[in-house]
Design a protein around this ligand. Structure first.
Ligand code: SF4
Length: 113
């Protein structure tokens, strides 16, 4: 029995990836990575990029990807790098508050026992 070639084309079926439905498909990647981080031209570039995101059916998947893989640059899911950094900062603060509250509740439970 002949073994398949290790160079045979990969024809395995795969689930559709969210990026295939992106509103920015076919657009220049540079559109979503404006050079620099401040100044009027960059701000208008960011606004232009965000217009794609506003009508994108996979916006939440795109943002989740950027947050999961810590994409530090560019517009992802309708948010620029500063907005995503703020989201991450707020999430960390909330996690810190939750851990502190849990620690205090455990300490109270031990003290009451
Ligand atoms: S949310 Fe924006 S950057 Fe992400 S896939 Fe959609 S259009 Fe592209």
């Amino acid at each position: 029995m002949a073994r398949p070639s290790r160079y045979a084309p990969d024809t395995l079926p795969r689930p559709r990836h969210w990026s295939q439905d992106a509103a920015c498909a076919g657009e220049l990647t540079a559109t979503f990575f404006p050079a620099g981080t401040t100044g009027t031209p960059v701000e208008s570039d960011v606004r232009y990029a965000k217009k794609f995101c506003a009508r994108c059916p996979v916006r939440s998947q795109c943002l989740a990807h950027a947050l999961t893989f810590r994409e530090d640059y560019g517009v992802w899911g309708g948010l620029d790098e500063d907005e995503r950094a703020e989201m991450i900062r707020q999430a960390r603060l909330a996690a810190d508050r939750r851990r502190r509250r849990e620690r205090e509740e455990r300490a109270r439970a031990v003290a009451a026992a």
